[in-house]
Design a protein around this ligand. Structure first.
Ligand code: 2NL
Length: 365
């Protein structure tokens, strides 16, 4: 049986054939295994005579299998090398390119503009406790403004530490900054916020940036200058005109809504387009509501551990997605979160886009 087995192993055409031979000879039911089992039933004399031959047979079959496997592997590698040629003169295959998302781009621009005015970027948790998201902002349990926030509440697992929510604004980040660092403060808090709201102009997750300044003697004039300087730098136009309207937020007093003047210009499709700039009071112009702001309510300063007779401040909040739409001309908010790369390309975002405001605030004429 020995030489026939070795010949068949040497002739095995591929790895599968070789494996079935291994099973045939050395497997549990294999013929060589069967021979080995007969040793147990032999007389000691016979075993002494037959044992070495049977063991030698097993060894030669094992060696033949290993040898054939090495030869087949080498042949396979040889064939692969022969078939794979590399033409270094061909152009490299195109790799799919991602892009900077407009929301990221705008957040980078905001950080750069406000950095020029001495603001740091602050971040905080998106899952907040009820106190930081509402109570510290002068919105106690029964406050009607809470209902306006369409809050996502988390399952009430530890009621003693208060309900947890997906933050409805980035204000809690600023509350945490006031508590942690005290006055003076100059920060912006950009990030994701969540409200249970979904239609053409509202997504349940959206992006907000809030700003907070706390120091001695801060007044509405500082607020107006800061917002005007920011909007001129962001929209890259010197003719941005602001209109401040009295409003109400529980966390600011007084509260002001900020409108920006716009003109109607002919778009590429012949339709009228709103273009920010100029006074909204001119004929054919109008005012667009852009952001909310105000002087930080003294109750909020107090609850954040500061003395409202020592320091004052202003705060503002604006939607980042909306800023992106106004600057880059997208008209449907929902497309922001569809993840379609063609949409990014359509609006001209490339992987190598950088914030374009490196000239700095006030560097333009
Ligand atoms: C809006 C209005 C606003 C604030 C946000 C704020 C934060 C603290 C204290 C006081 Cl810690 N105020 N934030 C103030 C006024 C308006 O957002 O309509 N945003 C889209």
């Amino acid at each position: 049986m020995g030489s026939e087995a070795l010949e068949r192993i040497a002739a095995a055409g591929d790895a599968a054939a070789l494996e079935s031979l291994r099973v045939e000879f050395l497997g549990k039911q294999g013929s060589v295994s069967a021979l080995l089992k007969t040793l147990g039933k032999m007389t000691p004399e016979k075993r002494q005579a037959e044992g070495p031959k049977i063991h030698a047979l097993r060894e030669s079959v094992q060696n033949a299998l290993a040898e054939r496997k090495a030869a087949l592997d080498a042949a396979a590698l040889e064939a692969q090398l022969a078939s794979e040629t590399l033409d270094l003169t061909l152009p490299a295959p195109e790799t799919p390119q991602g892009s900077v998302h407009p929301v990221s781009q705008v957040m980078d621009e905001l950080a750069e503009i406000f950095a020029d005015m001495g603001f740091a970027v602050a971040t905080g948790p998106e899952i907040e406790d009820d106190w930081h998201n509402f109570t510290a902002l002068n919105m106690p349990e029964s406050h009607p403004a809470r209902a306006m926030h369409d809050t996502f509440y988390l399952p009430d697992e530890a009621p003693e530490s208060g309900r947890m929510v997906l933050r409805t604004h980035t204000s809690p980040v600023q509350v945490r900054s006031m508590k942690a660092q005290g006055a003076p403060i100059r920060i912006i808090a950009p990030g994701r916020v969540y409200r249970s709201d979904s239609d053409a102009t509202h997504t349940p997750m959206f992006h907000q940036v809030e700003g907070l300044v706390i120091d001695k003697g801060i007044h509405l004039g500082h607020l107006k200058w800061t917002l005007e300087t920011f909007l001129k730098a962001f929209f890259e136009r010197e003719d941005i005109v602001l209109r401040l309207r009295p409003s109400y937020f529980p966390f600011t007093e007084p509260s002001v809504e900020v409108d920006v003047g716009f003109a109607i210009e002919d778009g590429p499709d012949g339709k009228g387009r709103r273009v920010l700039g100029g006074s909204g009071d001119e004929p054919g112009h109008g005012w667009m509501e852009l952001l909310g702001s105000g002087m930080v309510n003294r109750r909020v300063i107090e609850m954040s551990g500061l003395d409202p007779d020592e320091c004052q401040g202003f705060a503002f909040g604006v939607g980042v997605d909306r800023l992106a739409m106004l600057k880059y001309g997208m008209d449907d908010l929902r497309a922001f979160f569809d993840g379609d790369v063609r949409w990014l390309k359509h609006y001209g975002f490339s992987a190598f886009d950088q914030p374009t405001l490196s000239a700095g605030v006030g560097a333009r004429a």
